[in-house]
Design a protein. Structure first.
Lengths: 372, 184, 227
């Protein structure tokens, strides 16, 4: 009753409200979707929340006295410690959600046609997120972040030709007083582009969504209830982490102010950057490391075409088993960064080799075999 | 039979579902508010600004017949300790004879009458005053004098002579104990 | 300065009704540890006294201001009195030493030392861990042997001695008591919001746990009704 009566009033005054109601109130969706389908929505909410807490942090943050300004936020700003915890826990949550989302996309083979574009956008999301997260970690002004920046900028500045020029352009010279000022701006810009990528994923998913089946339901109240329940579970986990483990997964070296005479023992990257750091650390040559990172992104983008099972092919159990092995491999790659193991570089090499072997050899062969 | 069972369930469970939905929505709204309020409150003045806004000044080190000036909120605040003679003399002044009438009790805190707290700027042309220490020129009334336009004030900060027509402004302050004043 | 500190601390502690401090030494326990921990304000005030008298000779704690001491139970004028006695204002950092050279190592700022190193118990172990070097260990010049310090040799000389500090609340100031109190004080300086975080977090978990349960129940009812 209310929906039908209101619609003409709103639709004649504001053009998009009518379309909004059509999306949410008309019975166009198949019932019984899994909770995992809510992940992109949760990622969007977390991104919005990170933006909000980031704005407040940016008011008080000073890139020229980074560590001291973060201490000021924690100690003197009203609820500053909580805003800081929101931002740090939000980062952990968004990476966790994105890793789970990508893993599930591979597991359910949703990268196959017509989902190639959504898949590639999702890989892009991870890439932008990794860079944004790394910049954020560096911005804290702690010893571990500073050393990560020092190493990365030295590598970038030592490159020759075009890559070197891009490196010099990005860092603006050797790591010094003003580096964090520009990295803060890049962090904000990348975070904004993250929101754009998330919106594109949402729009693409809508485009390829299956047509309404015979027994269809509307978003309201059917899926609203599911989305809200998922959000409540997410909020519960968020609250537990924000209040009781605000520094989860970060190195305690990062609690020391950045100082060129204090060198951390061990890499000290946060947990969400560990697999990427493991990939980079598997090679002793800089050029090879950079090539490996680009190659890893490339094989991920190419997955829809490496999978030879066809658009409606069977989802074979053997390939499913190998996907779980891949997950363990990525996890193990992250653990090699933890420090302390004398064979870390060798193990990282082994796990990196398996990563590429999975995509370049196992994926085409096993999926082709199981398609028959 | 299935339909009647379903409709029976809806009729019976309908009101219960509405209550649960209402409770969930209300709890969700409260949750959103409690999460978002700290984000808004974080932009309220931080502890350092609050400290500067409610500055505590130690007055136990001010000698009689001298004054101390501190910066507060962009303004100089002068705190002066009166001698017993100055107190008696200024209590005797008839307020109606002054350009800006004010009695002794209007200008000092009842519990601590030997301290005068004023904004140390001339009320005509905003200019810092001289007269904090006995060595500086204090004008005919032994208070403060403005080097810019020659206005003269008495030790209570009341204007006595010159282009100025209003007494020195008194900021909001409280004595939190005999040795400390909190401004603001 | 002492004339401010002693009656002030004694009054505030009597008002708080704190347990006898020696109870925390056997067995050694810190009220601030664990998810439901809170800062032991009496111990932290004693620890501040130790910091002022002993540690501030070489260390600074520039992130802590006199106005922050109000969180330990001091009233604003008591805190202002502390500040005035040290020649500063409420917004000054608490008095500490300028950075100095101890044979190549500088005494670190203690504001966040509990977070930078290995926690509250580590600070206690370090302060009570000075011992004569065992056989076979050659001490570097200017270094002391410490059982808790990674590597065993630290450039810091043993600092706490029995009775070096006279506590305002009358607690016996053994070296272990001083170490325990300073550890609690430094736990507070590293994480001044610990109490708020644990208290609000506890209530938040109960509230969001409740919200999670009714949200899932609501979803199941909606789905059952629609099918």
């Amino acid at each position: 009753m209310t929906t039908q009566a209101k619609e003409p009033w709103a639709a004649t005054r504001l053009p998009y409200l009518g379309a909004l109601c059509a999306t949410f109130c008309q019975k166009t969706r198949a019932p019984g979707a899994s909770y995992f389908e809510v992940l992109p929505f949760l990622i969007s909410i977390t991104a919005a929340f990170l933006t909000l807490s980031g704005i407040v942090l940016a008011v008080y943050y000073n890139p020229w006295h980074a560590f001291d300004s973060v201490q000021f936020i924690d100690r003197n700003v009203n609820n500053g410690w909580l805003i800081h915890a929101y931002h740090a826990t939000g980062t952990t949550m968004i990476f966790g959600l994105t890793y789970i989302y990508l893993f599930r996309a591979i597991l359910t083979r949703s990268y196959r046609a017509p989902g190639e574009w959504v898949w590639m956008l999702s890989v892009k999301l991870l890439a932008v997120l990794l860079l944004t997260g790394w910049l954020g970690y560096v911005l804290t002004g702690g010893a571990a972040g500073y050393w990560s920046l020092f190493n990365a900028s030295n590598v970038a500045l030592s490159l020759g030709g075009l890559p070197g020029a891009v490196g010099v352009w990005f860092f603006g010279g050797p790591a010094g007083g003003g580096t964090l000022a520009r990295l803060e701006v890049f962090h904000v810009f990348l975070a904004a582009s993250l929101l754009l990528v998330v919106w594109l994923i949402h729009a693409s998913r809508k485009t390829i969504a299956a047509p309404a089946p015979a027994r269809a339901v509307a978003f309201y109240p059917y899926y609203l209830a599911q989305y809200f329940a998922a959000l409540a579970v997410f909020a519960f986990i968020f609250v537990v982490l924000a209040f009781y483990a605000p520094h989860l997964g970060t190195s305690h070296f990062n609690r020391i102010p950045a100082e060129s005479l204090a060198v951390p023992v061990g890499a000290g990257v946060p947990w969400y950057l560990a697999p990427a750091a493991g990939l980079i650390g598997a090679f002793s040559s800089t050029g090879l490391s950079i090539f490996a990172v680009i190659a890893a992104a490339a094989v991920l983008y190419a997955l829809p075409w490496l999978d030879r099972s066809g658009a409606n092919g069977a989802k074979g159990k053997l390939y499913g088993f190998f996907i779980w092995v891949l997950a363990l491999d990525v996890l193990a790659l992250g653990l090699t960064v933890h420090g302390g193991c004398p064979y870390a570089a060798t193990l990282a090499g082994v796990f990196t080799a398996w990563f590429f072997f999975h995509f370049l050899v196992i994926t085409p062969l096993v999926t082709a075999m199981e398609a028959e | 039979m299935a339909e009647s069972a379903a409709s029976h369930a809806t009729a019976h469970g309908g009101s219960r579902r509405d209550f649960l939905t209402l409770l969930t929505a209300a709890t969700g709204a409260v949750a959103a508010g409690t999460i978002l309020w700290p984000v808004i409150d974080a932009l309220n003045p931080d502890a350092a600004s609050e400290g500067a806004a409610h500055l505590i000044v130690n007055v136990s080190d001010i000698a009689e017949n001298t004054a101390k000036t501190v910066q507060w909120g962009g303004l100089p605040v002068t705190i002066r300790k009166l001698t017993a003679k100055e107190t008696l003399d200024n209590q005797a002044v008839v307020p109606s004879s002054l350009p800006d009438p004010a009695s002794f009790t209007d200008r000092v805190n009842a519990g601590y009458p030997s301290f005068v707290v004023v904004i140390g700027l001339n009320t005509a042309v905003p200019c810092a005053l001289e007269g904090d220490s006995p060595a500086e020129p204090r004008g005919d009334f032994d208070g403060w004098v403005c080097p810019c336009d020659g206005s003269e004030y008495d030790p209570l900060g009341r204007v006595r002579k010159g282009p100025a027509t209003k007494n020195l402004a008194i900021p909001r302050y409280t004595f939190i104990n005999a040795a400390q004043i909190q401004l603001g | 300065m002492r004339r401010f500190l002693a009656p002030v601390l004694a009054l505030s502690l009597l008002a708080g009704g704190a347990a006898r401090a020696e109870d925390t030494l056997s067995p050694l326990q810190f009220q601030s540890q664990g998810p439901l921990g809170t800062i032991d304000k009496a111990a932290a005030q004693r620890g501040y006294q130790v910091f002022e008298s002993v540690c501030a000779g070489c260390h600074a704690a520039n992130q802590v201001h006199y106005r922050d001491l109000e969180a330990l139970g001091l009233t604003p004028d008591q805190a202002a009195g502390e500040a005035a006695a040290a020649g500063g204002t409420l917004d000054s950092p608490i008095k500490g030493a300028a950075p100095m050279d101890m044979g190549g190592a500088a005494p670190p700022d203690l504001s966040s030392i509990v977070a930078e190193r290995h926690g509250t118990k580590y600070i206690y172990d370090f302060l009570t861990g000075f011992a004569p070097a065992p056989g076979g260990v050659t001490l570097l010049p200017g270094h002391a042997y410490n059982t808790a310090f990674p590597g065993g040799q630290t450039a810091m000389p043993p600092a706490l001695h029995d009775g070096a500090v006279t506590y305002a609340d009358g607690t016996k100031a053994s070296a272990q008591q001083q170490a325990a109190d300073v550890a609690e004080f430094l736990t507070w300086t590293a994480d001044p919001n610990l109490d708020a975080r644990h208290q609000i977090g506890f209530r938040a978990i109960i509230f969001f746990g409740f919200l999670m349960i009714i949200a899932i129940a609501s979803k199941r009812k909606v789905w059952r009704a629609s099918v």
